[in-house]
Design a protein around this ligand. Sequence first.
Ligand code: BGP
Length: 473
Amino acid sequence: MTIPTTPFPEGFLWGGATAANQVEGAYAEGGKGLSVQDVMPRGLVGARTEKPTPDNLKLEAIDFYHRYAEDIALFAQMGFSVYRFSIAWSRIFPNGDDAEPNEEGLAFYDRVLDELERHGIEPLVTISHYETPLHLAETYDGWVSRELIGFYERYARTLFERYGARVKYWLTFNEINSLVHAPFMSGGIGTPKEQLNEGDLYQAMHHELVASARATRIAREVAPGAQIGCMVLSMPMYPLSPSPADALAVLAADHANLVYGDVHTRGEYPGYFLRTLREKGIELDITDEDREDLTHTVDFVSFSYYMSAAETADPELRAAGEGNIMGGVPNPTLEASEWGWQIDPTGLRIVLNQFWDRWQKPLFIVENGLGAKDELVEVDGRKTVIDDYRIRYLNDHLVQVGEAVEDGVEVLGYTSWGCIDIVSASTAQLSKRYGFIYVDRNDDGSGSLARYPKKSFDWYAEVIRTNGASLTR
Ligand code: BGP
């Protein structure tokens, strides 16, 4: 009998990931203030509203706020060794600029951490996941304002002081490189995108980068055991044709995307970015203190990976491909999900190698998964979903993670996105499901919120139990 082997190192962290605004609900309970998500009923694709409206599924989400113990027990049943979740900034500082934190909010995350501890699950905490307090968007125009650095600093310090002894892994900003593409959701910038100029956006980016580095600096003092990571949206770009012009278009797209990781790992702006600013005639307000802050680099780099894209220098083809948040055009060699996200497992191996070669920092895949429509069926008297398509997607991506490990890339762990069905960030639907656990809630808000393990639940449990040896190559 052959003993199955695995490329995954011992101690590799296996688990799942969510964000507060997509799971918690209870949007006005426990002293929580409003966040930008509470006025985005259609998600990224729709317009914002003045006040929360009942059709915003995130207001109740999947009620993790009250059901966290049950959900964490299900994660433990799958054998998770890590769970990535975010802390809702507006639960801790309801307006964002409050002098004192809200104890009820802090106590909620104490309880979540207690539960994780009981099950031996390592927490991985995102400090800011598209959840800027709404007051900061309305009063300061979000990250365009330098004042946000101070508010974030107070928030991060509060978290490190409160949870630093129990949380080892921290992420400063979710997908920090999406800021210029989604200013309201990602940067809490109240001014509509069309009215913002590039200078404002780059200034906001600079403020977030400084805030991120400052959080790293503070963690070194307050929580010496903490490992701080940045978090970027990864999207490998392929030239649409072999022409040098298309290769150069890829280089430009990569630069625009990778500058955030470059600053987080090298502690300063790279030459190509300074050139961009020069050529656009943008002069950023960068102080000496900012420069000093930026030198506090991260311990590891984490990222989301859903898809790759192609890039072209041809303006007509480019225009035809518009719509993708990070730019690029569809790749004619790849299939897409029901939401048009192109599926490319090999791209994950490529991006792992690219990041490792470029930054030489341990990597953490903190988001990856397939959003799909599921059908609840009854098998042997039990409600479940036969989600072979999700199993195939995850299997094929994890095989490529294994390949990257064989390539010599240091990978700390893998948390699949939306390990339990949640509200989608881009469309605010519940029918775009990622989970191993089905949640009975529909796009019209109906449903009992009951949880049902899908077929992928048992499949993932086996992957974790065998440390990846059960994957099909
Ligand atoms: C990332 C976000 C997540 C998330 C995921 C899937 O960009 O960090 O919050 O939801 O994408 O996107 P969606 O929910 O739109 O399918």
